[in-house]
Design a protein around this ligand. Sequence first.
Ligand code: P6P
Length: 339
Amino acid sequence: MNGKIITLNQFIIDRQNEFSYASGELSRLLSDIGTASKIINREVNKAGLVNILGDYGTINVQGEEVKKLDIYANEQLIAALSSGGECCVMGSEENDDIIEVNTEGVENAKYVVLFDPLDGSSNIDVNASIGTIFSIYRRISDGPKGGTVADCLQDGTEQVAAGYVIYGSSTILVYTTGHGVNGFTLDPSIGEFCLSHPDIQTPKDGKIYSINEGNYADFPEGVKQYISYCKEKNSAEARPYSSRYIGSFVADFHRNLLKGGIFIYPPTAKTPNGKLRLVYEVNPLAFLIEQAGGRATDGKQRVLEISPNALHMRVPLFIGSENMVKKAEAFFAVEAEKV
Ligand code: P6P
């Protein structure tokens, strides 16, 4: 990159001719998400110091204890997206129902944003990486009021943009508008996300598998057999692979995106449809991994082609390096046929 600093906002503007539909509005929307994530980052970095740790005391729609940072991150994103004027409706992991936006007096807001404001929040208190995930669609409902549930339940193939922010040893924003995947590292000294990972392509093969083996007893037989395959000694095929599982989807995804690997959250007795949510966790990262040359399925079909039937719908997930996901699907399919 010949040492020239390219900020996120410069990059968005330079590339906005890539999307024909309301390009200026989408640029502003992406920039607003970048700004909100800088504010979230500031609080995440202070979490150990400021009394915002600990459980907020409420239980969210997922039945999980809500940490104060979840609420804070949710509020920051809702505020940024509500005031920007580009968004007509939102969906959040933290809100049971859609969040309508008052679009009266606003040139009809053209976009829909779904997000998980702070994924992996159980890791907040132990200083492990956590992340924000977002997914952007065109509005399909007619104005003039705010958007509808139908706007929020479009197939993943309809996404116009998607990305995540990982709050880790550094804070990195990774996004796509369907023309490749690019990553930007926050430089705190200038308060800007700067292009650091241009045109990310994920390796077709990898040596890392990410799955919570604590649920092994409940896994489908095909998944158990794939795990055994990962553990087998076969030096010609660089096996056994390494097991890496942080318990924070964005962190596990980001490592596998850059190094190659597979992340699996299969059906279990406790989560018969898997744990991860299709609309605001799986679809955005599936859009990214396909743009980076990888693959994302529920073990059978592309997750981007699964039609959401509810805002918090869960799906099983196999995501990562194309050849690894295909191998896992083969084991999964053989055993599924026997059932
Ligand atoms: P388990 C965090 O709560 C999360 O939604 C993802 O970030 C993470 O990958 C997954 O759950 C971890 O779930 O059941 O392995 O603890």
